[in-house]
Design a protein around this ligand. Structure first.
Ligand code: TXA
Ligand code: MG
Length: 320
């Protein structure tokens, strides 16, 4: 496996070619690092599943360079979905749409729908543009971590997770810390009204600011497979307690205004919810590196992006 910290144009070309040849490329996006493979190459996709240790009925997000590729992968797209894509792509938004014939069962986990996203990070953008230039259709990329573990937001976290599982022709691209730090907002566009399946940086509030007339479905469909119906996800080894005063020897994640009690190890002290989200996963990792067994998380007020923080912390804690 090769690590390329600051990819040049030639490195991007080499990486796109490697994708086309069926190898895996880990790359930064503005949310978390992805583990990419050619979305039309069944063998390459099967390697994603084996490297991650992920069950094969768990569908993947296909990453495309722009909205122009939407019709390749999806059909019968509702107009509100087009509007969302126009407004928020490139960016931390994934849309679930009816699949086209290009989207095979090995991508969708056998479902009739496909998850699509146009990431905004320049390295991801350049890689996708080059991949499509040489004939690629899209890059399937789950977060670059082992199944159920914390998503990586830095190259070192990618290496911690996957170094021992990648082959010598696979590539890890980039050196950035991901700007947002938690995974994209996932919105199902399969019905007359959209439904948020996974909250993220693009919050319901920020969508309603732009599309005041839009209704959202609130109940979650049991038929779909998405992160919410796994019992535990995004989990560090340490146990997590929520909104309880931390005890001596425990780790603490809370807004900076929350004082660190004596004998408690401060894992993160963000000044706002953006920084809270950005540092959440690295704080989880730090706890495990330090051998801390219990993390006390004091959650911020539940509005906007904080909904996504609540979602990830509850999933990580294994609480219902
Ligand atoms: O920010 C992100 O979304 C990152 C970066 C790399 O793009 N990717 C990511 O992928 O978080 P992953 O595979 O770790 O999580 C994507 C989730 C999966 O848990 C899956 O359940 C859901 O998207 N998903 C994919 N296709 C779906 C579909 N057709 N219907 C419902 N959920 C779907
Ligand atoms: Mg993931």
């Amino acid at each position: 496996m090769e690590i390329i910290s600051n990819p040049t144009k030639v490195d991007i070309q080499t990486s796109a070619k490697a994708l086309k040849d069926g190898h895996l490329i880990a790359f930064p996006t503005e949310t978390v690092y992805g583990l990419g493979a050619d979305a039309t190459n069944e063998k390459a996709i099967s390697r994603i599943y084996s490297v991650k240790g992920r069950p094969t009925n768990h569908p993947l997000i296909v990453h495309i360079s722009s909205i122009n590729k939407l019709n390749k992968w999806a059909k019968d797209i509702p107009s509100y979905a087009i509007n969302l894509a126009r407004e928020f792509w490139p960016g931390p938004l994934t849309l679930i749409l009816k699949r086209s014939i290009l989207a095979k069962d090995y991508i969708t986990g056998g479902q009739e729908s496909i998850a699509l996203r146009v990431p905004q990070h320049p390295t991801a953008q350049k890689l996708l543009i080059e991949f499509e230039r040489i004939g690629g259709e899209g890059v399937a990329a789950p977060s670059a971590n082992k199944y159920g573990a914390v998503s990586p937001t830095s190259t070192s976290a990618v290496l911690q997770e996957l170094e021992s599982s990648l082959d010598h022709k696979d590539i890890v691209l980039g050196s950035d810390i991901c700007r947002i730090g938690i995974e994209s907002t996932i919105i199902s566009c399969l019905n007359d009204t959209p439904q948020i399946l996974r909250p993220g940086y693009i919050s319901k509030e920020s969508i309603l600011e732009r599309f005041t007339e839009l209704d959202f479905v609130n109940t979650q469909s049991k038929k779909l497979r998405y992160p919410g119906n796994l019992k535990k996800h995004y989990s560090p080894i340490a146990k997590i307690s929520i909104n309880k005063t931390p005890k001596v020897g425990e780790g603490l994640i809370a807004l900076r205004s929350y004082q660190t009690p004596k004998g408690v190890f401060r894992l993160s002290a963000p000044i706002d919810i953006e920084q809270y989200a950005r540092e959440l996963y690295s704080a989880f990792r730090l706890a495990d590196e330090k051998g801390i067994e219990q993390i006390s998380v004091i959650l911020p007020g539940r509005i906007g992006l904080a909904n996504a923080i609540w979602d990830r912390v509850y999933k990580a804690s294994g609480a219902p």
